[in-house]
Design a binder for this molecule. Structure first.
Ligand SMILES: Cc1cc2nc3c(=O)[nH]c(=O)nc-3n(C[C@H](O)[C@H](O)[C@H](O)COP(=O)(O)OP(=O)(O)OC[C@H]3O[C@@H](n4cnc5c(N)ncnc54)[C@H](O)[C@@H]3O)c2cc1C
Length: 416
């Protein structure tokens, strides 16, 4: 959050006055969200023409926190608001913005991200799901994988190959894919921490209207980079605290958040639970062990570094910068913090860290931390890929040698 204290106070006062006139906890959630969209309070940083107020990005955080403080409900959480909307605002046609932004803001449509494939993760531009033009529509065939929430999403951010006769980065197109159709099958995957938050998605003659191309045909890589830049800004997700009593809108918002966060319930553990390290050491009776104290000091240091890095990225965004390579610094900081926290928890619990169930350290939370932390360094682009980005974009080091960059994709596949 940024903006001087006076500006923040003025925004809070204006919002409080508006909420006093319009909020009724007994109203349907949808009706309230329509009011948020009409007034621009749902996403103040979006342009006025598209349900916002054209305000700086930091105002989104101020308004979201204040709506909750006032006992009201804010915009929905999820990949629609976090990734699809900023991508559409940056690259979508007016027709797409007209059709897709408002249902994101009202919570009517949820989104998932259909990028990774069994043969294309870090090398995302090497993906092979095909998109073939057929009159006023595109027909999609292929397989995606690791797609969080795809089993209940309405729309997918789909990256597919529309031309394999040009080099790999130039033959991609970005689509807004309707998920609820016979050609789309999402199969949940069971993880080693027992959760099932992501899916394999099989696309068999799935259909997308030609008007649902985001950006230009063949320019999908640039559009995908926007989505990825917003993704790297993600921190640990937390459910909004809609705890101010009964009321239809509040009940519906709680149910919406519960459904959404069911998939993310292990994400705090994935982030390492640095917040539990001191309590864990005390409850295990090892808080005076010098080696454990060193491990804890390291966790606290990394926690501060990570928070300051996130603050710096927010300040850059508030100053009007689009998310860029600093997202990679932030993502690496979160990975380092997660690993060090898991290490400290393992030192404290020793062999007991592997136990689950009510008698295990912190009721099984520590075992879940150890099984979940590796995902932090993979999701949204691996640590190694973030380091490559930093080396090339910030340090100006020579780029990786890429022999497949300038030849038609069809020849890369033939050689592979
Ligand atoms: C929790 C979670 C949620 C996810 N959600 C989604 C989602 O919603 N949608 C979606 O599309 N995807 C999602 N993913 C997939 C994620 O984006 C990919 O797993 C990630 O990009 C890595 O790709 P990969 O798994 O194919 O690994 P690979 O690319 O096969 O990498 C294997 C190893 O090789 C290393 N490596 C690869 N290339 C290089 C290189 N050039 N230089 C140095 N090292 C290299 C990697 O760092 C890694 O250690 C999710 C993943 C996780 C863990």
């Amino acid at each position: 959050m940024t903006g001087d204290a006076g500006s923040q106070d003025r925004i809070r006062a204006e919002l409080a006055e508006w909420v006093a006139r319009h909020w009724d906890p007994g109203m349907p959630l949808r009706e309230w969200r329509e009011l948020l969209a009409d007034s621009g309070w749902g996403a103040p940083s979006w342009p006025e023409r598209w349900h916002g107020r054209g305000w700086p990005a930091w105002t989104d955080d101020v308004v979201a926190a204040e709506l909750i403080a006032l006992g009201a409900v804010g915009a929905p959480v999820g990949l629609g608001m976090a990734l699809a909307a900023p991508t559409l605002l940056a690259h979508g046609s007016d027709d797409l913005k007209q059709r897709l932004l408002r249902p994101i803001l009202t919570g009517e449509q949820t989104w998932c991200q259909l990028f990774s494939e069994p043969g294309a993760g870090s090398d995302l531009a090497g993906l092979s799901t095909s998109a073939a033009r057929d009159g006023a529509r595109w027909v999609i065939n292929g397989q995606k994988v690791w797609n969080t929430s795809a089993h209940h999403a309405d729309m997918g951010m789909l990256l597919a190959r529309s031309d394999s006769q040009v080099p790999k980065h130039r033959g991609l197109t970005y689509f807004a894919l309707p998920m609820r159709q016979p050609g789309v099958e999402a199969r949940p995957l069971r993880q080693m921490n027992f959760h099932a938050s992501f899916n394999e998605v099989f696309l068999t003659d799935a259909v997308v209207p030609a008007d649902n191309v985001v950006g230009e045909v063949g320019q999908g890589w640039a559009v995908a980079l926007t989505t990825l830049a917003y993704e790297r800004r993600f921190g640990a997700m937390r459910p909004p605290a809609y705890d101010r009593g009964p009321g239809r809108a509040l009940d519906e918002a709680r149910a919406e958040a519960e459904a959404h966060f069911a998939v993310y319930s292990w994400y705090p553990q994935r982030a390492g639970r640095a917040d539990l390290v001191i309590e864990h050491a005390r409850s295990a009776g090892v808080a005076d062990d010098p080696l454990i104290r060193q491990a804890i000091a390291r966790v606290v240091t990394l926690q501060r570094v990570s928070a300051w890095t996130a603050e710096r990225a927010r300040a850059a965004r508030a100053a009007g910068a689009r998310p860029g390579a600093e997202g990679s610094v932030g993502k690496l900081a979160l990975s380092n913090l997660a690993r060090e926290s898991a290490r400290a928890h393992a030192m404290i619990a020793r062999a007991g860290a592997l136990l689950t169930g009510p008698d295990s350290p912190l009721g099984g939370v520590i075992a879940e931390v150890l099984l979940s932390v590796p995902a932090q360094s993979i999701a949204g682009g691996t640590d190694e890929i973030q380091k490559n980005i930093l080396a090339e974009k910030i340090l100006g080091l020579p780029p990786e040698i890429r022999t497949d960059k300038d030849v038609p994709f069809s020849q890369v596949r033939a050689r592979g």
